[in-house]
Design a protein around this ligand. Structure first.
Ligand code: PEP
Ligand code: MG
Length: 369
């Protein structure tokens, strides 16, 4: 190693010795998880499971979501279970001994199933001889959403499609059991996305606990699996005290929280009028890049405080893109979060920045920059 490498490693070691924020990674393949771990990630803060259903598995997901009868849905779920279990075994093995937060399916259906009308026609027609039949047309109608990012997503989908959450939770439980039997140290956490009310979380949690108990009874292996939620809707942040009654942890999804707080589409923000508008200085900040402290940041602060008042053991982190942004990391440190989670390639910079945030707090100035 040359002098530059040594200096960088020294800075990272120093940052690690002073920082209070843990740094985790957003990753959903064992390869990315291993890469993140080599860069110093202390776990996976967000494993997005929707990416695991792309490619050849998409057809199974299509038939699961659009199944017109229980048998078809159950068959699709039964076919998905072993695939999903293998996914989780891979993630838990790559992060052995460290937490892996597995988020239940949150497919923005328009990205995941881009041509949903076409899809609905195809799936419905496949099970019905007449494509103009009322039931077929109804299936197509059902799939139409003006704004899919504000529609059938996250926990809403999980509660709407019978067996979907149970399949994923069972895959987690079986993967943990498998890793324990192999002598590993698996720490899986189950995360429920896009929760807006405590009732949604209670329903999802009850379903997850039911499945965990079922697998425990089958295998005789006790499963200690925290269940928490994303806080990514203003309503969730504002009712965080209620939501904390049913959550072991909060993970702030600042991508959606920014979108919903600003009423600004995250998919369109960079491409359309927004850059011009920003130049005028009207917004003051570029909220998808750096945390908007007065708005989105306030919601984070309120939720952390309310959540911890109700549940002093509540773990808190952030897994939106802001988790890897330097200024935002300082903010999350001040807000008292336990961890930030970001893309693997941003891990070293996040470690440094978390260290700087701790030094700044102690000395009142940022003397390591
Ligand atoms: C978020 O909304 O900030 C988040 C991490 O979830 P996703 O980007 O997958 O919607
Ligand atoms: Mg989100």
């Amino acid at each position: 190693t040359g002098p530059v490498t040594e200096a960088v490693l020294g800075a990272l070691a120093h940052a690690d010795s002073v920082r209070r924020l843990e740094v985790r990674a957003n990753a959903d393949t064992p390869e990315d998880a291993a890469r993140a771990r080599a860069l110093g990630a202390q776990g996976i803060g967000l494993c997005r499971t929707e990416h695991m259903f792309l490619g050849e598995r998409t057809a199974l997901v299509e038939s699961m979501i659009l199944a017109r009868d229980d048998t078809a849905r159950e068959e699709a779920l039964a076919a998905l279970l072993p695939l999903q279990r293998e996914d989780f075994i891979g993630m838990l093995a790559a992060m052995d001994g460290l937490p892996v937060t597995i988020r239940l399916l949150d497919p923005p259906l328009h990205e995941f199933l881009p041509d949903r009308t076409e899809l609905a026609v195809r799936v419905a027609s496949a099970v019905h001889p007449d494509p103009h039949d009322r039931q077929v047309l109804h299936a197509v109608e059902r799939m139409h959403e003006e704004n899919p990012m504000l529609g059938l997503r996250g926990v809403r989908l999980g509660l709407a499609v019978p067996g979907l959450m149970a399949m994923q939770v069972r895959a987690v439980a079986e993967a943990v059991t498998n890793r324990l039997r192999a002598g590993g140290r698996p720490y899986a956490e189950i995360m429920i996305p896009l929760v807006g009310t405590v009732e949604e979380l209670r329903l999802a949690r009850a379903e997850a606990e039911r499945v965990l108990a079922e697998v425990t009874a089958e295998t005789g292996t006790h499963l200690d699996c925290p269940i928490g939620t994303m806080i990514e809707l203003p309503r969730a942040a504002l009712t965080a005290g209620r939501i904390a009654e049913a959550a072991d942890f909060f993970s702030f999804g600042t991508n959606d929280l920014t979108q919903t707080t600003w009423g600004l589409s995250r998919d369109d923000a960079e491409a359309s009028f927004f850059p011009l508008y920003l130049e005028k200085g009207v917004f003051g900040v570029s909220p998808f890049e750096s945390i908007d402290q007065e708005g989105v940041g306030r919601l984070v602060e309120l939720a952390v405080e309310a959540g911890r008042t109700v549940n002093p053991h509540l773990e808190t982190g952030v897994c939106g893109e802001h988790g890897g942004d330097p200024d935002s990391i300082h903010f999350f440190h001040r807000a008292g979060l336990d961890y930030v989670s970001c893309s693997p390639f941003r891990i070293p910079a996040a470690r440094l920045e978390a260290g700087r945030a701790a030094v700044t707090e102690r000395t009142g100035r940022s003397d390591t920059r």
